[in-house]
Structures are given as C-alpha cells and as structure tokens.
Unconditional design. Structure first.
Length: 496
C-alpha cells in the first residue's frame, strides 16, 4: 500500500514495485527508470490500471539533459494526455485506432514550454476516446487504443473522463504529475474521483494549438498533480500567448509566477459563496462538505449560502455549441496533420468507425459525431453560444460574485466513483456544478476533500475570468486547513 497522496511522490513501495526517490535525492534518469518500473508493475501487470498508452523512447535522453538545467521543474517527470502532440516519437491518437500511427513530430506549445523548463516527458496517458464526445453511452476512460482505464482506489470503479489516464496515473504514482485537457469536467472530474488536484485554467491562458479539439470556446489543457503548489508550478510554465491560438492574445498579460507566495496563502476575511444545490443528497458527500466548510471558517473565511443552479437554456446551448465546434474544429485539425492519416474530417472518422465496427463501436456508438456532422445552421450556433456564455458568465458567476461581494464559489466537485459497466453503463451521483465554469471559460480548481467509503471526493473552487491565482491561493490555504483523512489507493476492487 502506498502512502497518502499528500506525501506523494516522496517514496512509493508496493510488493514488486521499485521505490521512487524524492526529486532531490536521485537523478532524473533514475527517476524515469523507477517510474517505468512502477508503470510495468501497476499498469501493465498486477491491478492493470491501464492508465499509460505509451512510454517515450526519448525520456532517458531528456532526463539526462535536464540534469544540467536549473529551475523548479528541471527533471520533473510528467505524463501527457494522448490528445496532445509532442515532438517525441509517440503517436497522438485521441484514443482512436484511426490515429494510432499519427506521429506528428510537433510539440504543442504547452509541451514546448514544459520542455524548455526542464520537464521530462515520460509518455502518453489513456483517455476517453475523442475526449468523450463520440457517443451518448461512452464509458469514461475507455478508448479503442488504450482499452479501459481503472481507478487506483477501486479498480472496478470509474476513473472519470476524459483525462482518465492522467488522473489515474498521478494517483497511482506513475509520474510526478500529468497534463489533462477539459471541455467540460474532463480535468476536474478525474482529479476529484482519483483523489488528486486538478486545475482547469481560464480559457486562453494556455495555448490549444496541436491538441485534438472539441471546442475552441471551452477547450483547455491543465495540470493534474498531488498538490496545489505543483499545479501552480506547471501552470506557470504552460501559460502564455500563442499567435496560432487567437484565444491566448491576452495570456501574456495574465501570465505570472503562480507558485510564488502560495505557502503563505490564507483565507482570512475571504468571502466564499456556497452553491448549496450542487451538493446533492448523498449523506457521505454532505458530511465531507460540511467538514470542509468548518475548516474554511476556522481559517477565517466568511461563508455565504447561495440559492443558485444552472439554467437549462445554458446546458442546451452548450450542447449545440460543442457539436457545431466539434465539426469545424476537428475538421481543421485533421486537415492540418502531416503525413497520410486515414481520416481528414469528422465525416471520415464516422465512416472509419463504421468500417472498423468490432474494434471501435462494440461498446457504444457515435451518435454525437453523427449529429454534429449534420449541423448547418450557423445562426442557431451563434445564438446558442451567446446565450450560454451570458448565463454562465456575466449572468452567472460574475453576477453571483458581484451581488454577494464574493471572491470565490465552492461546491463538491463530483460524487464518489461509480462502477465501470461497459454493457449497461453506470453514472455517478447528481453532485457538482463544474459546467458553469466550463461554459464561462473561468478557472476551476479541485482539491481532495476526503473520501466516502474509501472513494475520493474533491472540493471545487471557482473564480472570475483570469483569476487563476485566486483559486490556487484558496486551494493552497484549504490544503493546510483540511481535517479530513484522504483516501489511499488500494489497487483492488471496492469493498475488498
């Protein structure tokens, strides 16, 4: 059994697994070796978490180069979600067998930034295929390339999606940290359910160039780590303007050292709004959340109860926006690929899946792909985006913060993990309100809050546009105040 997550990644020791030394106690190449051994022991054998799709053949060379570099990220070993391109000789598949040979030899700008900071790219993580947008009955963490990722806390339970492999890998100690992507919940949900920290930054703070897209309105990459401070370090390196991504035009104005001063962050006098209707009816989740509120009050925070829930028109508008942008953004991405991939459009992907039905469509279909490919009413799309953005942003988060003189909003991120069921499909509790931050494009941080029957649950912090530092400060302060015991991955079935 490994140590509690708050101590990761100091020392890991499981039967048959190599111990992984603290960053300051061993060379970067030796850490790469130790992580690779751990992936072999826990991911490919043993409990078969199935979080990692590929190991980077150049990881050792990168680690040797990092030995001569300085800075807080030099030699840190990171896994990258497999919808993010890297210069290394690894395919970027989005989990689809259609892209299993898609080696682009291009670094996404965020990866180039990490590489320049001395980060060692260890490999690629599994994900929900096409970032969970292909069909209505998908299983989080399943892809044609990688199969089904499992939750280290209960291997018969969901790791949530679509950054399932990134969340599971960090929780299982397979890397120092990982990078995920989110359109709506795909960083925060797997972070919460796997018992780690996850940050969805403000849209436009991190470039999306050379990342397999769903929606230019809502897509972003973000860090998944074992502490808020580590997430801040990664965000500092990842952030910045990119001429190829118009959304990032203001990123350099808001880029900063997000980690500076976090160790002294506190909540004295900070007014925090509670989205009470997002807490749900689970006795266990409610008990954890009440304990978290008590911790925050003990730290000097002023808690304000809010009677708010998302507008149905907001969710309906988001649905149309994601489908419209999927068609246009994915078509543009596929057309930009070097080489001769078997698909160059969403329509090609639909046809390819039909031609490879046994491998790709065995467990669920591609209804969302097909619906998106048929859309043609651009005016309806524009109206839906304007309305959903208004309801989530100016009429939602901004209004709540202004009307009640609040700095932040909080709620449980998600309920505990649900059983994996590829045949009849399972779903979690009705908990959380992350969609409002996803649609508005505002920062959303989740921090481990405790566990319900051994299954992790996270606490969400949401703030206004470009206020990423504010959620990081609140999360760091909460980490020091947290009284609940955190879940420890057991690498066995729930209840055993």
């Amino acid at each position: 059994m490994i140590r509690p997550l708050k101590l990761l990644p100091l020392l890991f020791a499981l039967p048959g697994c190599a111990a992984i030394p603290h960053q300051n106690l061993a060379s970067a190449p030796s850490q790469v070796s130790a992580y690779v051994q751990r992936i072999e022991a826990l991911d490919k054998q043993g409990p078969k978490i199935n979080a990692v799709i590929a190991i980077n053949p150049d990881a050792y060379r990168m680690a040797q180069k990092a030995e001569g570099m300085s800075g807080p990220l030099a030699g840190k070993v990171v896994l990258i979600k497999d919808n993010i391109e890297t210069l290394d000789p690894m395919a970027t598949t989005a989990g689809s067998l259609a892209l299993k040979d898609n080696i682009t030899h291009r670094d996404a700008p965020l990866v180039a930034n990490l590489r320049a900071a001395g980060v060692v790219i260890l490999g690629k993580t599994n994900l929900s295929e096409w970032a969970n947008i292909r069909g209505n009955r998908s299983s989080s963490g399943w892809s044609g390339v990688g199969g089904q990722t499992r939750n280290p806390h209960a291997i018969d339970r969901s790791p949530c999606g679509s950054s399932a492999g990134s969340g599971a890998a960090v929780a299982a100690g397979m890397s120092w940290a990982a990078i995920g992507t989110e359109t709506d919940g795909s960083i925060t949900c797997p972070a919460s359910i796997n018992g780690i920290v996850g940050l969805k930054p403000t849209i436009g703070l991190v470039s999306r160039n050379h990342i397999v897209p769903i929606s230019h309105s809502q897509d972003t990459a973000g860090p998944m780590t074992t502490s808020v401070a580590d997430a801040a370090l990664l965000l500092t390196a990842m952030a910045g303007s990119d001429p190829a991504d118009p959304a990032t035009v203001s990123a350099d104005q808001h880029k900063q050292d997000f980690a500076r001063g976090l160790d002294s962050a506190n909540l004295s006098g900070v007014r925090i709004g509670v989205l009470r209707k997002a807490v749900g009816n689970s006795r266990g989740v409610n008990a954890l959340f009440d304990a978290a509120l008590a911790d925050l009050k003990r730290g000097g925070a002023e808690i304000v109860e809010l009677d708010f829930e998302g507008n149905e028109a907001m969710y309906k508008g988001e649905s149309l926006v994601l489908r419209w942008e999927l068609k246009h953004d994915l078509n543009a991405y596929l057309q930009s690929l070097p080489g001769n991939p078997p698909i160059r459009s969403l329509n090609d992907a639909i046809a390819w899946n039909k031609a490879h039905d046994p491998e790709e469509l065995r467990w669920f279909g591609q209804e969302t792909f097909e619906a998106a490919d048929k859309l043609s009413d651009e005016a309806a799309y524009k109206k839906a985006r304007e309305e959903s953005l208004r309801l989530a942003g100016k009429g939602g988060i901004d209004k709540l913060l202004a009307d009640h003189k609040l700095s932040l909003l909080i709620f449980p991120t998600e309920g505990p993990a649900w059983p994996i069921d590829l045949i009849t499909v399972s779903h979690g509790l009705d908990v959380g309100a992350g969609s409002i931050a996803a649609i508005a494009g505002y920062p959303h941080l989740t921090v481990p809050m405790g566990a319900v029957e051994g299954l992790p649950v996270g606490l969400s912090f949401v703030a206004g546009q470009w206020e990423d530092r504010k959620v990081l400060e609140a999360g760091a302060a909460y980490e020091k105040l947290r009284s609940a015991k955190l879940a420890v991955p057991g690498f066995r079935r729930w209840g055993e």
